[in-house]
Design a protein around this ligand. Structure first.
Ligand code: PEP
Ligand code: MN
Length: 338
C-alpha cells in the first residue's frame, strides 16, 4: 500500500505516520519524489489497515498496490529509476550503457588489454568473473580474490567501474569492497538468503533472470533486495530455457517491454549468455537496444580459444568495436545515446 503525503505535511505528522507503520508490524519505505513524498507500507496484508492511515493527519491518499511485488512496481514509483554506479556512469537514463569484458578474469595482462580495448570502443563498465558458477565441478571456478584485485587495478587504469558476481553469502562483504556493481547470477536468482544479504549492501545490484524464472518470480527476487534496503537494482535478461537447442538459451526480448510496463527499475540485456554463439550475438545486441534496453552486458576476450570460460560466446575486441558503431546507430534511432 502507498501513502501519498500532503504537500504541507509537517515533520511531526510524518514521524507519527512512520511510527504507526512500525507499530503495526510493517516496514516503511519513503521516497521523496519531485512533487510528492510517498511512503510504501510494506508487509503482508498491509492493505487491511487502509482506514487507519486514511484518518491520519498528513496523509493525502492511500492506494493499494495490486501486484505481489511492491517496491519494484511501477505502481509504487512512476518515474524510471536511474542508478549512479560511480565513475560518471548512470544506468537507466538516456544513455545506453554497455558493460563488457571477459566471462572470467584470467591473467592480469589479458584483463588490462581487454579493459583498454572495450573502453576505447565505448564500453562504460568492465565486467569480469572472480567467482564462477560452473555446471561442472571440474570446470574452472574463478580466481577469487586475486581476480577482484586485478579488476580493481583495471578500474584504476581505465576509470571504468566494475561488475562482478557474488555466489555465496560469505563472500558478499569481500565482493562489495571491490565491486561497483554486485552481480547475482541466473543460478542464484532464488537464493533468497543471498538476496537478503545483498539487499543490505550499499552497492548497486545486477540481478540476472534465472533460466527458468517467470518475470513475476524475477521481480519478486528484486523485491527481496529492495525490501532489505538496497533500492539500486538493475534487471538483466540473459536468456531462458525453451525447447530450442540451436542456441544456448532463448533470449527473451519480450521481457524488455513487459518489464518497462511493470517496473521502474533499469533493464539491461545479456546477449552473450542468451545466445551463446559468437556469430549471432551482434544481431541480438542490436535488437535489445531497439526494444528499449537501458544497457547491454557482453563478453569480450582477446583469445577466446584460451578463455577459461565461455570462449565460444566471447567477441573479439575488434568485433566488439565494430558492433559498438552499429549499436550507436540503433540507439540514435530509438532516441537514446551511446
Ligand atoms: C556470467 O555473467 O558470466 C554468468 C555466469 O551469467 P549467468 O548467471 O547469466 O549464467
Ligand atoms: Mn559467462
Amino acid at each position: 500500500m502507498i501513502l501519498t503525503l500532503k504537500a504541507n505535511a509537517t515533520k511531526p505528522q510524518v514521524d507519527s505516520i512512520v511510527k504507526k507503520i512500525k507499530e503495526l508490524g510493517f516496514t516503511p519505505h519513503t521516497t521523496h519524489g519531485k512533487e510528492v513524498t510517498i511512503i510504501g507500507v510494506i508487509g503482508e496484508n498491509a492493505i487491511l489497515t487502509k482506514d487507519i492511515f486514511e484518518a491520519m493527519a498528513g496523509v493525502e491518499l492511500v492506494t493499494p498496490i495490486s501486484k505481489p511485488y511492491k517496491l519494484v512496481s511501477r505502481e509504487f514509483k512512476k518515474e524510471n529509476t536511474v542508478i549512479d554506479v560511480g565513475h560518471g556512469v548512470l544506468i537507466g537514463g538516456d544513455e545506453v550503457v554497455v558493460m563488457a569484458g571477459p566471462c572470467s578474469v584470467d591473467t592480469k595482462e589479458r584483463l588490462f588489454h581487454t579493459a583498454e580495448a572495450v573502453k576505447a570502443a565505448g564500453a562504460r563498465v568492465l565486467r569480469g568473473g572472480a567467482f564462477k558458477p560452473r555446471t561442472s565441478p571440474y570446470a574452472f571456478q574463478g580466481h577469487g580474490e586475486k581476480a577482484l584485485r586485478y579488476l580493481a587495478d583495471a578500474r584504476k587504469q581505465t576509470n571504468l567501474p566494475i561488475v562482478t558476481e557474488v555466489m555465496n553469502i560469505n563472500d558478499v562483504k569481500l565482493v562489495e569492497e571491490y565491486a561497483d556493481i554486485i552481480q547475482v547470477g541466473a543460478r542464484n536468482i532464488q537464493n533468497f538468503d543471498l538476496l537478503k544479504v545483498v539487499g543490505k549492501t550499499k552497492k548497486p545490484v545486477l540481478l540476472k533472470r534465472g533460466m527458468s524464472t517467470t518475470i513475476q518470480e524475477w521481480l519478486l527476487s528484486a523485491e527481496y533486495v529492495m525490501s532489505n534496503g538496497n533500492y539500486n537494482v538493475i534487471l538483466c535478461e540473459r536468456g531462458i530455457r525453451t525447447f530450442e537447442t540451436s542456441t544456448r538459451f532463448t533470449l527473451d526480448l519480450n521481457a524488455v517491454p513487459v518489464l518497462r510496463h511493470l517496473t521502474h527499475l533499469p533493464i539491461i540485456v545479456d546477449p552473450s549468455h542468451g545466445v551463446g554463439i559468437r556469430e549471432y550475438i551482434p544481431a541480438m545486441a542490436k535488437a535489445a537496444v531497439a526494444v528499449g534496453a537501458d544497457g547491454l552486458i557482453l563478453e569480450v576476450h582477446p583469445k577466446p580459444e584460451e578463455a577459461l570460460s565461455d570462449g565460444p560466446q566471447s567477441l573479439l575486441p575488434e568485433q566488439f568495436a565494430k558492433l559498438m558503431g552499429e549499436l550507436r546507430a540503433v540507439a540514435l534511432a530509438v532516441g537514446r545515446t551511446l
